[in-house]
Ligand binder design. Structure first.
Ligand code: PLP
Length: 822
């Protein structure tokens, strides 16, 4: 939508500075992140405050991007150049909501609001697929469903739209009412009620009640009523319900769901008529989501056979953005999400944030269903705005319009087709760049991603950044606002990856990183990480490297201290940041309390060094039976740091708590905590109530499926003698990848096609055999979960008689790492 500056000022009832001029400008873009999108003279920047960041610190950055219109908090004392137009308001988030409400009120068409725990985005996207032949649809981009995402989504409403689909997501009490006021849905859809965000609510029932507030004023609410709690809520809330499910009273009553090959045939009974749908999925969640879409389609009067045809074209959505290492030290951003200008903007924003100062390029196909010069002008404009100077454009329209890109100073390499690109593209162009790969489905860009990535191995360790952000927030919510977080990225982030993760963390309000060895710190720096980094095992041979890369050593003995001080002095360094480790009971590294007097004296005179932090490590923070020992460690630590604080002429930070202590010992957080394994979603039994999400997920694929007769054996040493005719799936992971041999012979299992399959016989070096006799049909290429959503790292560790740390760090380097953002 576009609103005049004078209208905006009237909606917000703020006094603009300076007063609105006669030439009243039309604002067409809203922006809350100065690094983001479409920043120009027609954009309005709303400075939001979140626990992680204050938008007011980015005002000048936004100004430098060309933005001249701002909504700021009255108390922020914002100073902007005289040609900036500013409306000060008491609360900027409320102002954003007010603007969205005003825009919503200008829209007269139907609006479908979607909420629930899982499936909101899929249902929204599929509804869009099914209804877009009949309507011009405005929908939330990706999963923009938060207090900020919803207003930004609603702002996109345009006069030509005939239908809007918005999702609403909440994580705590009181959040739905504002979203309801913005969306004002005419119809509502309630998708599943699950465990997501339970921690933000007094109970599951209260969460449901809160979510249901979205439907205030709806003339119809679609809801599956097989869950007893949802059923009760739906039938007592007084809305006009369109219910479905196995429940006998459902208006669309499910009679059967029959698996047929790779489809599910669903029979519904509605007003005494049997309706049959073929859904192109076999997993329960997708079938449920597709049925929501089918029933909404029916209620929107889509003809039955048309609806059936459209349902068959639904495809599993990869909502995700994937980061993977590419050829020639590049980093590839694979965004296979549906391709339009909005999703391109979002992808470019992610690209730029992750790239830092590294060069960027884009590999883009023709825009689906757009062939006007204007559309390609817009693409070119977006590329320029995001400082992308190199484009490989694929498709007939990209060929036709390549001059438009060239005219904007973009080095454009046009290709007629994906095939042409794969033949002719100079891989050298990728060297050290961050690359966006985004194309319409018809262009088959999977092939491009496959060929440009560094590792081809089908066994993949996925790191789910959405889960990582969730876990970080879980731990952050346990801390006082003034307590910092040091993230432990030793062993390349617990076996995950190196620089990408560090770069990602530095946008998330983390104060410090720590690594075990200097090499790991150097890798982070080379990847563009500028946060302070502590190195826990500084080897004298690595001092020069460390100083060159501003890595800060942990000093744990007089030998290391002496050596580093001499090095620093010899190189003319002053007040070089260092960290002191005290041994209060671990008996691994560290100064013991008896050495404290000597240490204090030494540090007061060491001009070359400056103590940034003093810390100790708790040995059994997770164990209630060791709490007395933990307390003794803390007391010793406090005594020592007090003595140091008295002697040193400057302040330093204190830290002791690892993951387990963050949850269990809030009084031992001190100035900073050291978050390790918990960030990756692996909690021990003591803090299983934190609702962490698994970050590291290991997948492989099926190489071959075989029928083997009873009496035959499988694998080395004939360890598995078959008692029955069996179906065996051989998968592409073995002990050389980190899948341990202890897991052979029925000890371990993997998860595929919705079921667990036990390991048969011995684990081989590169392969493992699974017994899939009892599973729905398995095919070569099927994806197999080794651990992740259905099998936890903890489960696997238990089966191997080890700890999750060892499983995670044991995944070998030949396994491809992919960062996934959903
Ligand atoms: C590994 C480590 C941590 C983090 O431990 P988690 O249990 O993974 O949270 C904290 N401090 C030090 C000194 C460590 O070596």
């Amino acid at each position: 939508m576009s609103l005049h500056w004078s209208t905006i000022q009237a909606i917000l009832q703020g006094q603009p500075i300076p007063p609105v001029p006669a030439a009243d400008i039309l604002i067409s873009h809203l922006c809350t992140d100065s690094r983001a999108v479409a920043a120009d003279g027609y954009s309005l920047f709303v400075a939001l405050r979140t626990p992680q960041r204050d938008g007011h610190t980015y005002l000048m950055h936004a100004y430098a991007q060309g933005i001249r219109h701002f909504v700021v908090a009255t108390d922020a004392g914002a100073q902007l150049p005289p040609d900036a137009h500013v409306v000060p308001v008491p609360h900027t988030l409320t102002a954003l909501h007010q603007l969205a409400i005003a825009v919503r009120q200008l829209f007269a068409g139907p609006v479908i609001g979607i909420t629930g725990s899982n499936g909101k985005t899929i249902v929204k996207e599929w509804l869009h697929q099914v209804l877009s032949p009949d309507y011009s649809i405005c929908r939330s981009p990706r999963s923009y469903n938060s207090q900020v995402g919803v207003p930004l989504s609603v702002w996109q409403l345009q006069p030509q739209h005939g239908l809007a689909l918005f999702e609403a997501g909440i994580s705590t009490m009181g959040e739905m009412e504002p979203l309801q006021r913005i969306i004002q849905p005419t119809w509502g859809i309630f998708v599943t009620l699950g465990a997501a965000h339970d921690e933000g609510f007094p109970s599951r029932a209260r969460k449901l009640l809160e979510k249901w507030k979205l439907f205030e004023g709806c003339s119809k609410v679609f809801c599956r009523i097989d869950d007893a709690m949802v059923h009760a809520q739906a039938t007592t809330s007084g809305v006009l319900l369109v219910s479905w499910g196995f429940a006998p009273e459902a208006q669309y009553r499910l009679l059967h769901m029959d698996l047929q090959g790779h489809t599910t045939v669903v029979t519904l009974l509605h007003k005494q008529v049997e309706l049959k749908f073929v859904i192109p999925f076999t997993d329960e969640a997708s079938v449920e989501n597709a049925l929501h879409v089918a029933i909404v389609g029916l209620e929107m009067q889509v003809a039955l056979d048309t609806l059936q045809q459209r349902l068959l074209t639904l495809h599993a959505l990869t909502m995700r953005l994937e980061w993977v290492k590419g050829l020639h030290h590049s980093l590839l951003l694979n965004d296979s999400y549906s391709y339009d200008l909005t999703s391109l903007q979002i992808a470019l924003h992610h690209l730029r944030q992750q790239a830092g100062h590294q060069p960027m390029m884009a590999i883009l196909s023709d825009l689906p269903a757009q062939d006007t010069a204007q559309a390609y002008e817009e693409v070119a404009g977006l590329l320029v705005q995001h400082h992308i100077r190199v484009l490989a454009g694929i498709g007939p329209n990209m060929l036709t319009y390549s001059h438009l890109f060239a005219a904007r100073g973009i080095a454009v390499h046009p290709f007629a087709s994906t095939h042409d690109f794969l033949l002719r593209f100079h891989r050298q162009l990728l060297a050290h760049t961050t690359v966006l790969i985004k194309g319409g489905r018809a262009f088959g860009f999977e092939k491009i991603v496959q060929q440009l990535q560094q590792l081809q191995h089908q066994t993949v360790l996925e790191l789910h950044l959405t889960a990582l952000a969730h876990n970080l927030n879980v731990y952050r919510s346990r801390l006082q606002a003034s307590t910092g977080i040091m993230v432990m990225l030793k062993a390349f982030g617990y076996g995950s990856t190196d620089a990408e993760l560090g770069r990602w963390l530095q946008h998330r309000g983390v104060q410090y990183l720590a690594v075990a060895y200097a090499d790991e710190g150097v890798a982070l720096r080379q990847g563009g990480v500028h946060l302070p980094i502590m190195v826990m095992n500084p080897d004298p041979d690595s001092f020069a490297q460390m100083v060159a890369h501003r890595l800060e050593p942990e000093l744990y003995s007089f030998e290391v201290l002496q050596a580093f001080e001499e090095f620093a002095t010899a190189h003319g360094l002053t007040a070089y940041p260092v960290h002191l480790k005290l041994d209060t009971g671990m008996h691994r590294l560290g100064f013991v309390p008896e050495q404290l007097a000597a240490l204090t004296e030494k540090m007061t005179t060491a001009q070359a060094l400056r103590v940034m932090t003093v810390f100790t490590h708790l040995v059994a923070a997770e164990a209630p039976e060791q709490d007395a020992f933990t307390q003794a460690q803390a007391s010793a630590f406090e005594a020592c740091t007090q003595a140091l604080a008295q002697a040193l002429p400057y302040p330093f930070l204190r830290h002791a708590a690892n993951t387990a202590a963050i949850a269990r010992h809030p009084h031992l957080h001190y100035d900073m905590v050291r978050l390790g394994i918990g960030l990756f979603g692996v909690a021990n039994a003591a803090d299983s109530n934190l609702n962490l999400q698994p970050v590291s997920r290991l997948y492989t694929t099926v190489a071959q499926v075989k029928q083997v007769a009873a009496g035959q054996s499988v694998g080395y040493g004939r360890k598995a003698l078959l008692q029955r005719p069996s179906t065996i799936a051989t998968v592409r992971i073995g002990y050389a990848d980190g899948y341990r041999r202890q897991l052979g012979n029925g000890v371990g299992f993997m998860y595929l096609n919705g079921h667990q399959a036990p390991v048969l016989g011995n684990v081989c070096m590169d392969m493992t055999m699974l017994d899939v006799t009892d599973l729905p049909p398995v095919q070569p290429g099927d994806r197999v979960e080794v651990f992740g959503e259905h099998i936890s790292v903890n489960d696997l560790a238990r089966l191997c008689h080890t700890i999750p740390y060892e499983i995670m760090t044991g995944i070998s380097r030949r396994v491809k790492r992919v960062l996934v953002e959903e």
